[in-house]
Write a protein that binds this ligand. Structure first.
Ligand SMILES: [Fe+2]
Length: 195
């Protein structure tokens, strides 16, 4: 039996991802793979150390407000109900000397290793950033889809900086170098990776 809050979030996320990605696109295929796995099995609850917030999490409420009245309000509401139950952490490799990034970002795993639902076949999580922060360039073997809940821009080695808008989606092919950044307001986005 899946946690009802997690299930409500996953239902809203599947609908938003489906609405954002055209049939047969790489982003749509990522969504199909991720949600088929979630239908097939339910992972154990609470794989991590428990709920934890960082100061940058103070931006989440303002970020969620930007989704009010928009196409992802339902997703923002379902995610908002989980926020205080998540373990918000800095990127493992974050450098304390880089104050803007160290103080200005946090990630939380919802479904995946150490997430609210423990899984080893996918990662679903969230990133929040304060205004004016760029997430460090990174890469990983799994392909990845991002859905934004607040305005932001994404870059990858094959794509100039792009704002997908409130209805769009960002797709990163396996292993590609990529990054994201906030503008004048807070950044909040969800990521989906079949692993
Ligand atoms: Fe990534």
């Amino acid at each position: 039996m899946r946690d009802p809050g997690v299930q409500a979030f996953l239902d809203a996320a599947e609908a938003a991802l489906g609405a954002a990605s055209g049939a047969g696109t790489p982003a749509a295929r990522v969504g199909e793979r991720v949600f088929a796995r979630l239908r097939a099995t339910v992972g154990a609850q609470g794989g991590g150390a428990g709920a934890a917030m960082l100061p940058v999490c103070g931006w989440i409420e303002a970020a969620l407000e930007t989704a009010e009245g928009g196409p992802r309000q339902g997703l923002a509401d379902a995610f908002g109900a989980l926020v205080e139950r998540l373990e918000w952490k800095r990127r493992l490799s974050a450098d304390p000397e880089d104050r803007a990034f160290w103080d200005g970002h946090a990630n939380a795993m919802i479904c995946g290793p150490g997430g609210m639902e423990q899984r080893d076949d996918l990662w679903i999580g969230a990133t929040v950033m304060a205004p004016g922060v760029t997430y460090v360039d990174h890469d990983h073997p799994p392909e990845e889809v991002y859905l934004s809940l607040a305005p932001g821009e994404w870059w990858n080695a094959d794509m100039d900086w792009t704002d997908p808008g409130a209805r769009g989606v960002i797709y990163n092919p396996p292993g590609i170098r990529h990054a994201m950044r906030s503008g004048t307001g807070p950044f909040l986005a969800l990521w989906f990776l079949p692993v």
